[in-house]
Design a protein around this ligand. Structure first.
Ligand code: 13P
Ligand code: ZN
Length: 276
């Protein structure tokens, strides 16, 4: 039997926690990560699970992910500690048959709870799994400083953020040709911000939370982490350019250039975001 700690899924998960910490995206307990396990991940690890902990109601319900298993970070836990003590900081949840409750089947020892943003992660997993034919498995929330800084100076719209980020680094139209969504400032944790994020994630695989952070998703850890990294790098370049130019940009990549980059890599840029 594979131990949970030694499994490829948990090792990939912990690597994101450690790398995000190294890049400064996870002050204190900031940020959270969830991974929807494959049937074979679950099969390999089922012997290490225990089923004696109670079912806990979630604030949201979505039957499409009933019976699924998620690796999750714990609420109040620090990303920097995940590698040293996976069972104390991370856990595996089984979702109940109605898609409205979970039970902890591994980890989250000593009374720890799943991330307070699990409602958001869960609804976003549901909507991205539906949008991608089940491919999306990773949902990642972090607090990178530059994308948050831009939420103080750009209009809080998908068009404003997508265009500003695409213009800031030539690879962006290829990495996220569909753009990024934006959710206005809300109190974090719970069903209200979860529903707003779900609506944005129906269209975008990355969503900015104003004055708070960023959510990214993907089929694997590299994609979700790489999307976070690319968006934050573009935001950093934008912030540097705006600062150096005292708010003025002398030139940017033209809209037609953005289209052509996307097309060069076989993607179609989300034209509706260029029309606004
Ligand atoms: P948790 O510690 O509950 O995951 O919360 C951190 C966070 O970033 C809230 O948005
Ligand atoms: Zn947060």
């Amino acid at each position: 039997m594979t131990s949970v700690e030694a499994s490829p899924a948990l090792r990939g998960f912990v690597r994101v926690c450690s790398d995000g910490w190294s890049l400064g995206w996870h002050e204190r307990n900031g940020g959270n990560l969830t991974y929807r396990m494959t049937a074979s991940d679950v099969e390999d690890l089922r012997g290490a699970f225990s089923f004696d902990r109670p079912w806990v109601p979630m604030g949201v319900r979505d039957g499409s992910l009933a019976g699924e298993h998620f690796i999750v970070t714990g609420s109040g836990k620090y990303m920097r500690n995940a590698a040293d003590d996976p069972a104390g900081n991370l856990g595996v949840l089984e979702i109940g048959p109605e898609g409205d409750r979970y039970r902890i089947v591994w980890g989250l020892e000593n009374g720890a709870r799943p991330t307070s943003e699990f409602d958001s992660h869960y609804l976003c997993h549901a909507v991205r799994a539906a949008a991608t034919g089940g491919k999306t498995r990773v949902m990642y929330h972090a607090h990178p400083a530059n994308i948050v800084a831009l939420t103080f100076v750009l209009p809080l719209t998908a068009a404003a953020f997508s265009r500003a980020l695409w213009q800031s680094e030539t690879e962006c139209p290829m990495v996220f040709p569909n753009g990024v969504g934006v959710v206005e400032w809300m109190v974090p944790g719970g069903p209200e911000i979860a529903e707003a994020t779900r609506q944005a994630m129906a269209q975008y695989d990355a969503v900015v939370w104003a004055h708070h952070g960023l959510f990214t998703s993907g089929p694997d850890f590299d994609s979700a982490f790489g999307l976070m990294h690319t968006i934050e790098k573009a935001a950093q370049i934008r912030v540097l350019a705006l600062s150096a130019g005292q708010g003025q940009l002398r030139q940017v990549i033209p809209d037609d250039g953005l289209r052509r980059v996307a097309e060069a890599y076989g993607h179609q840029l989300n034209e509706s975001l260029l029309r606004e």
